[in-house]
Design a binder for this molecule. Structure first.
Ligand code: PLP
Length: 460
């Protein structure tokens, strides 16, 4: 099939499935029913028609993530400019590892990293796009490890004083994975209790660092979660930098979710005071800011550390210019072009557009909390600290009840709700990261939850 026919056919199939589903949230199928329906064993050799049958099914049974009732994740349907970027990326199919293979993408990535260094306030920094905040957190920990134990790269972690890293007990699970991958050991990732607002308890951190030192260990890394995944709490950067003066650890900021407020001067001042003093910072553009998955960057508030940490081995067969080729300091060899969609989004909306967006999400979160607090049927489980609204339906045996309510809302194809546990309480975690959400759609969403909840409660 010609490229132009291919694009036409994709657009047609997309259009047909949209009409068929009449813009509903999801066509829900159980695993068993869907497995039968798809018939993945069917032959597709040289058979475009069969391939497009699968494409249509893929589209038909995928939830519409841009629907206002898709309240399941930290992202939603993508920004149109980034969709253009993604399609063009697929058509041009190249790797952003060298200037030769991806000249424009290379310059765009370097340009965007400069823009982000400026937003965050790192004056003499460097950075790279990575495959997501999970990997960015790991690379930050790796840089910190190789700074504190200088010979690790060559000699490994044998015969070293044990290394300890510290995070809030509400930090993202990718930090546990990083401790595993990097040879730190998950038991050497110390989880610090949070205060009732959800941020890391600084005096508990101080105690834990001293306890680690007493055991003969080195406290080398602290990760500030800037917007925790469940509660949306921000660790206090100012207090952490003071503690760093005392103990000299590497201070990383995981802003995967809440880092997006760097776009807004008002919210940046409220939640990220002192961000320019972090040693490193990561943020997902594919979450609150709406770029296509994946779109992430890691910034260091230092220079030349990515190369001495990450670059290795005989790569003379591929790289031509170590100063320009972005693959040199990456942990990957091939690198997907993620910069084109990022650049297009940035140019189309501008920093102000993204600031308006996060400020609007913030207002909507407050509106949602107010609605819940005045409702007879719903309750907040913890107070809102920023964007995340953690609530549930009031009921006896609340965990089971709310689990049933969630299942019913999905099976009836009404709402796909995120849920999580806070101190063993099941909560619905409303995360507003969708430009199609407004006060009216929120009210409708809550009313549907209330109606369905009542019908379960009173068995009608
Ligand atoms: C989502 C999230 C991550 C993981 O980000 P990915 O880009 O999905 O790897 C890490 N930390 C926090 C706080 C998150 O919310």
């Amino acid at each position: 099939m010609q490229e132009s026919d291919l694009l036409k056919k994709i657009a047609q199939t997309r259009q047909q499935t949209k009409l068929k589903s009449s813009n509903s949230l999801v066509n829900y199928q159980s695993i068993e029913a869907l497995s039968k329906q798809l018939d993945l064993n069917q032959s597709g050799v040289q058979d475009w028609q069969q391939l497009f049958t699968w494409v249509a099914q893929y589209l038909e049974y995928s939830p519409d993530t841009s629907h206002p009732n898709f309240a399941n994740r930290m992202w939603s349907g993508a920004n149109p400019p980034s969709i253009v970027g993604e399609i063009v990326t697929a058509l041009s199919n190249t790797s952003a590892c060298t200037f030769e293979s991806a000249p424009v993408a290379t310059l765009m990535e370097a340009y965007m990293l400069e823009q982000m260094l400026d937003c965050v306030g790192f004056k003499q920094g460097e950075g790279q796009m990575t495959t997501g905040s999970s990997n960015a957190n790991m690379i930050a920990m790796m840089v910190a490890r190789n700074q504190v134990a200088k010979n690790t790269k060559q000699q490994g972690l044998f015969n070293q004083k044990p290394l300890f890293a510290f995070v809030s007990c509400d930090a993202h699970y990718s930090l546990d994975k990083a401790a595993n991958i990097l040879g730190i050991g998950t038991q050497h990732l110390i989880k610090i209790q949070t205060t009732d607002k959800g941020g890391m308890d600084i005096s508990a951190l101080d105690d834990a660092i001293r306890a680690a030192q007493k055991k003969g260990g080195t406290a080398f890394f602290v990760c500030a979660t800037l917007g925790t995944t469940v509660r949306g709490a921000y660790d206090d950067i100012k207090h952490l930098t003071k503690l760093r003066d005392k103990y000299h650890f590497w201070l990383h900021g995981d802003g995967a979710w809440g880092g997006a407020v760097v776009m807004s001067s008002i919210l940046k001042a409220k939640f990220l005071k002192g961000i320019e003093q972090l040693d490193s910072f990561t943020m997902d553009f594919h979450k609150m800011l709406g770029s296509n998955l994946m779109c992430n960057f890691l910034l260091l508030n230092h220079q030349n550390l990515l190369s001495c940490t990450c670059a290795d081995g005989d790569n003379s067969y591929i790289f031509r210019d170590n100063k320009v080729d972005l693959g040199v300091n990456s942990l990957q060899c091939s690198r997907r072009v993620d910069s084109l969609k990022w650049f297009l989004d940035w140019k189309f909306y501008g920093k102000q557009g993204f600031a308006d967006r996060v400020e609007n999400y913030y207002q909507l979160s407050k509106f949602a909390e107010d609605f819940i607090n005045t409702s007879n049927e719903l309750e907040m489980v913890v107070k809102r600290s920023s964007f995340n609204v953690c609530f549930r339906f009031k009921a006896k045996d609340a965990n089971t009840f709310n689990q049933n309510l969630r299942n019913r809302l999905l099976q009836e194809e009404q709402i796909l709700l995120a849920c999580a546990y806070i101190e063993e309480k099941l909560v619905f975690r409303l995360l507003i990261s969708n430009v199609n959400i407004n006060q009216a759609t929120l009210v409708e969403l809550f009313n549907r939850i209330i109606e369905t909840g009542k019908s379960i409660k009173y068995n009608v």
